[in-house]
Design a binder for this molecule. Structure first.
Ligand code: MTE
Ligand code: MO
Length: 325
């Protein structure tokens, strides 16, 4: 994500390096300690000894692969995982695009999800209990970042409307505010005071119950690698990628339009709606085309990222609002 006044994106790569080096050193120490412990107990298993914190087996692994929903098709090939897993945005961990190596302290369990606010059924549950209440499916979606790059990903998850049904919103609920976990010991950039953590995003209830709004826990037929936002992130293919919040721990139903992370930082550039439109440039660059990260080619951008048939009705009568940024 690019910002101007706080210039986070202008941080030189080297500015992030000491932290990475520090973390890697800690990681090496951890592995060394495990190795010694394994030797001491006479149970050395080198794969286990080499295993990083983020690599422990995911308890939801047996739920994959999920059946593909054939309703959502692509006009381009699925982006190879070898590419899509190296071009990510996850500012809590890195301001660069290769995020995975900065996530050595991240653990996907235990993971509590809270549902609160204007609902009949406020609740807090472990993520594996949530997974028991929903049905996984796979969907192929295009994914378009406001930075004008795109990819196509096989996501596994469940419709957000199923989570809304579990919450049973009261008649006063108009919006859902979502929050990412907050733990600077795990996510080093959450100590960066230029940003307001945790990452927050919001949707109208109509958007959240649109069939396309998808809560994702896996990619490529398996639990998602950490950098994709495991164990729970949102995917909204008709909006710019920053709306698709990662590492979600809380859903709050409210009557007030939430102020999202990027909106709070730079509201003139990143608004609440953020629907994809090739004709509405970002204040500092065009959105007319995008780079397909699989091929490096520029392709024309399509209104609502090609999902207008599903979502255009959501915005009828809102034309006076700034629904594009
Ligand atoms: N918590 C959190 N969620 C986030 C972000 C982030 O920095 N932190 N980046 C957003 C942006 S700008 C994009 S483009 C997508 C990237 O998703 P991907 O890495 O799976 O492609 O995640 C979004 N969700
Ligand atoms: Mo993005």
């Amino acid at each position: 994500m690019l910002i101007r006044s706080r210039r986070g994106w202008e941080l030189p790569e080297s500015a992030a390096t000491p932290e990475d080096v520090y973390l890697n050193r800690r990681q090496a120490m951890g592995a060394g300690a495990m190795l010694l412990a394994g030797l001491g107990a006479g149970t050395l298993s080198s794969p286990a000894a080499a295993q990083r914190v983020g690599d422990v087996p995911d308890p939801s692994a047996s739920l994959y692969p999920a059946p593909r929903n054939p309703r959502y098709t692509l006009e381009r090939p699925v982006t190879p995982e070898a590419k899509s897993s190296l071009v990510n945005n996850y500012y809590e961990f890195s301001y660069g695009k290769v995020v995975g190596p900065s996530m050595t302290r991240f653990q996907r369990r235990p993971w509590l999800v809270k549902i609160d606010g204007l609902v009949e059924k406020p609740q807090e549950m472990g993520i594996d209990d949530l997974f028991k209440k929903v049905k996984f499916e796979e969907r192929l979606y295009r994914h378009r970042c406001v930075e004008a790059w795109s990819m196509a990903v096989p996501w596994t998850g469940f419709p957000m409307k199923d989570l809304v049904a579990l919450a049973a919103p009261t008649s006063g609920a108009k919006y859902i505010k979502m929050e990412t976990f907050l733990d600077p010991k795990v996510a080093p950039n959450q100590r960066d005071f230029r940003y307001t953590w945790p990452y927050v995003e919001g949707l109208t209830l109509e958007e959240a119950t649109n069939e396309l709004a998808f809560l994702v826990t896996g990619v490529y037929g398996k639990p998602a690698p950490n950098q994709f936002g495991a164990p729970l992130r949102l995917v909204l293919p008709w909006k710019y990628g920053f709306k698709s919040i990662k590492g979600i721990v809380r859903f709050t139903f409210t009557d007030k339009q939430p102020v999202s992370f990027w909106e709070q930082l730079q509201g003139s550039e990143y608004g609440f709606w953020a629907n994809v439109n090739p004709k509405v440039p970002h204040p500092r660059w065009s959105q007319a085309s995008e780079e397909d990260i699989a091929t490096g080619e520029r392709v024309p951008t399509v209104i609502f990222n090609g999902y207008g048939e599903y979502v255009a009705d959501l915005y009828k009568g809102r034309e006076t609002q700034k629904i594009w940024f």
